[in-house]
Ligand binder design. Structure first.
Ligand code: AMP
Length: 284
């Protein structure tokens, strides 16, 4: 496994990739868990070589967010990636990606106006900018993202379409702890009481999924089920709760004729902000 810290080294490695070999790419912010590794494994099944980036991207954090205290453990990350059969790890410093005077940003409109984008102004501009740069540097054939960050997938797919990036976006399902909590690097912030309270996110999504399975496809009713589940947990403070069209992210209406929906939520448990979602589809 080659550990690369500079753009120059990365370009050299990329240029030496033999013709006909396919390259898969998994961008991450490190502090890796089994969810990240599941994306690596998917990439390994579909590509000859896999590159992973570890970069805590400052431009996607708001001024009051957790950039400086975001958890890091490079040694453990590298051991996990080696074990998973990764070929290249790109771990640039902040100045390598954002040298002094950096002033070009990628803005995806419309789908960034809602949900995470609405709550975290500038977040997706930071995400789109760093992912565009990483795509230009790594030049993968396929790039892998987790459904855990559902809106991120929508935004990146739109950017790839609009800016003609010559690669395919692949999406891996959300990995969960045995009790249902979606795996996240931020789960480490939770104390034992909060860890228990955090189960309310997956419980709220399960409530929506069960109703959906019973034929309830009206937005308001599904939302109410999620809100009433959340209300039973005193430590939970919802940032948003949504049942939306998975492509446009527009909230579902009450006609009951939606074919599919994305139920998603962001909830603060103590000082930790957690997100989760589930895709709801009609049985065929
Ligand atoms: P992050 O390091 O949080 O930026 O995540 C890097 C990638 O891993 C993103 O595409 C995430 O959506 C994905 N990811 C994070 N958590 C999970 C999970 N529990 N299951 C699957 N993928 C995940």
């Amino acid at each position: 496994m080659k550990v690369i810290t500079t753009i120059e080294e990365l370009r050299t490695a990329r240029a030496a990739l033999p013709q006909g070999q396919t390259l898969g790419f998994v961008p991450t912010m490190g502090y890796l868990h089994a969810g990240h590794i599941s994306l690596v494994e998917l990439a390994r099944r579909e590509c000859d070589l896999v590159a992973v980036s570890i970069f805590v991207n400052p431009t996607q954090f708001g001024p009051k967010e957790d950039f400086s205290r975001y958890p890091r453990d490079t040694e453990h990350d590298l051991a996990m990636l080696k074990e998973a059969g990764v070929s290249w790890v790109f771990m640039p410093g902040v100045e390598e990606i954002y040298p002094p005077g950096f002033s070009t940003y990628v803005q995806v409109r419309e789908v960034t106006n809602r949900l995470e984008g609405e709550m975290r102004p500038g977040h997706f501009e930071g995400v789109a900018t760093v992912v565009a740069k990483l795509f230009n540097l790594v030049q993968p054939h396929r790039a892998y993202f987790g459904q855990k960050d559902a809106q991120q997938v929508v935004v990146i797919k739109k950017m790839v379409l609009d800016l003609n990036f010559p690669l395919e976006i692949r999406v891996g399902e959300t990995l969960r702890e045995p009790d249902g909590l979606a795996m996240s690097s931020r789960n480490v912030y939770l104390n034992p009481e909060e860890r228990q309270a955090a189960l309310v996110l997956s419980r709220a999504l399960t409530a929506a999924r069960e109703l959906w399975g019973q034929g309830e496809h009206r937005g308001t009713t599904l939302l109410e089920a999620m809100f009433s589940t959340l209300a039973a947990e005193p430590l939970a403070r919802p940032d948003y709760v949504s049942v939306a069209n998975p492509t446009t992210l527009e909230e579902l209406n009450d006609s009951g004729d939606a074919e599919e929906a994305l139920a998603s939520l962001a909830v603060r448990i103590g000082n930790t902000r957690l997100i989760d979602n589930v895709l709801l589809k009609r049985e065929t």
